[in-house]
Ligand binder design. Structure first.
Ligand SMILES: *Cc1c(COP(=O)(O)O)cnc(C)c1O
Length: 401
């Protein structure tokens, strides 16, 4: 396995043909319970080492196929999958932190993550400091004696700002603090954070890895030792388990991840260049553009620039969003990203600050540099870029269809 390329790992990782029937595609095992040949313990704590299949919340053959495929793609020892990206995120935070601990987290990231850290964790006695992690010195300065986790997201939703994983990992290691990286926007095709020193790699499988907009899922990857409490406690007690059917769908999507990412990148670059030259567009944020303020870091850290970009427009963004929702013919005006269908959504800066980020001063100024009064987040799908550009241009210039 070790010397196989990413395309081979994506197709074959975790899979073997069925020993009884020879079936080439993975079986879908929907059973919640498993018949046993002899009595065994009734608690997961009664088992040591590899846990046999007993109950699907503890483990299932189809979800195991997905876990092994993802570990092969990410190059980690292990993987635990969850019912959604947020279930994976909550598991890492709640298992890794306790009352009196401090979480240092990126000040800009996925809204659910930001809200969990700011609204919910403090109720359990966990303090949170949102920091602009694109500046490693700011990360180091915000560390406290009780800091027990650093959480970054790169590229960060929705402004596509990057964090230097290796630089932050070096700081985290010096202070003995585990580093978690939400790598959903990058995927293992662009970046493998564990090779850069991250302890937990988190993905929403709902996005690029599943890739088709038909299954929610989440994953945490890392060493077997790090993942052990997630598998035996967070998954079993919090219960955010992935359905085997979703695991099966996501494994099928993951098999084509490398080729889809090449196509997403190619399409996104073409659309980003088109938007950058459009009279209605004030700024485009995309790691693959020469104009990205961290283009050098993108070159070093991302082997693929992924397929999501955001852009500011001149004039009333909300009014344009209303027109897009009604008049776009190919691109869906919808949340989420990473699907084969292109998706666009307006993210208003003031509303986002009030509901989620609550940034002030320098942090707000840095956000506004990327986002102005708001951005359209565009997930470029697998359609022809020319058709996407025409769809956008027609609505942005107010021409009749
Ligand atoms: C979507 C997303 C999540 C949450 O994942 P769900 O599968 O929707 O729960 C977390 N992080 C990032 C970066 C995301 O895009």
């Amino acid at each position: 396995m070790n010397d196989q390329g990413p395309n081979t790992r994506a197709v074959h990782g975790g899979e073997t043909s069925d020993p009884t029937t020879g079936a080439s595609a993975p079986n879908l095992v929907m059973s919640t319970t498993f018949a046993m040949d002899e009595p065994a313990g009734f608690s997961i704590n009664a088992f040591e080492g590899e846990i046999p299949y007993i109950y699907t919340r503890w483990g299932n053959p189809t979800t195991r196929v997905l876990e092994e495929k993802l570990a092969a793609l990410e190059g980690t020892e292990g993987c635990v999958v969850f019912g959604s990206g947020m279930a994976a995120t909550a598991a890492v935070m709640l298992e890794g932190l306790g009352s009196g601990d401090h979480l240092l987290i990126s000040d800009v990231n996925y809204a659910g993550t930001a809200e969990l850290a700011r609204r919910t964790l403090p109720r359990y006695g966990i303090a949170t400091s949102p920091v602009n992690t694109s500046d490693p010195a700011a990360v180091e300065a915000a560390i406290r004696p009780e800091t027990r986790m650093i959480w970054i997201e790169t590229p960060a939703n929705p402004i596509l700002r990057l964090t230097d994983i290796a630089a932050v990992a070096a700081i985290a290691q010096r202070h003995g603090i585990p580093l978690a990286v939400d790598s959903t926007f990058a995927t293992p095709i662009a970046t493998r954070p564990s090779e850069l020193g991250a302890d937990y790699v988190v993905h929403s499988l709902t996005k690029y890895i599943g890739g088709h907009g038909d299954a929610l899922g989440g994953a945490v990857l890392g060493t077997r030792e790090r993942l052990e409490p997630l598998r035996t406690h967070a998954l079993v007690y919090f219960g955010g388990v992935l359905s085997p059917f979703n695991a099966w769908l996501i494994a099928r999507g993951a098999a084509t991840l490398p080729i889809r990412m090449r196509a997403h990148e190619e399409g996104a670059l073409a659309v980003a260049k088109f938007l950058e030259g459009h009279p209605r567009v004030a700024r485009v944020n995309y790691p693959g553009l020469e104009s990205h303020p961290q283009r050098d870091l993108a070159r070093r850290q991302m082997a693929n620039n992924s397929g999501t970009l955001s852009f500011q427009v001149r004039g009333d963004g909300l009014a344009l969003a209303r027109r897009m929702a009604k008049e776009l013919e190919i691109i869906h005006y919808a949340v989420s990203l990473g699907h084969h269908r292109s998706l666009i959504y307006w993210i208003d800066t003031e509303a986002m600050m009030a509901s989620t980020f609550h940034l002030e001063g320098e942090q707000l100024a840095h956000y506004r540099e990327y986002a102005g009064d708001g951005v359209f987040r565009l997930s470029v799908g697998l359609e022809d870029a020319r058709d996407l550009c025409r769809d956008l241009d027609r609505v942005m210039t107010g021409r009749a269809p």
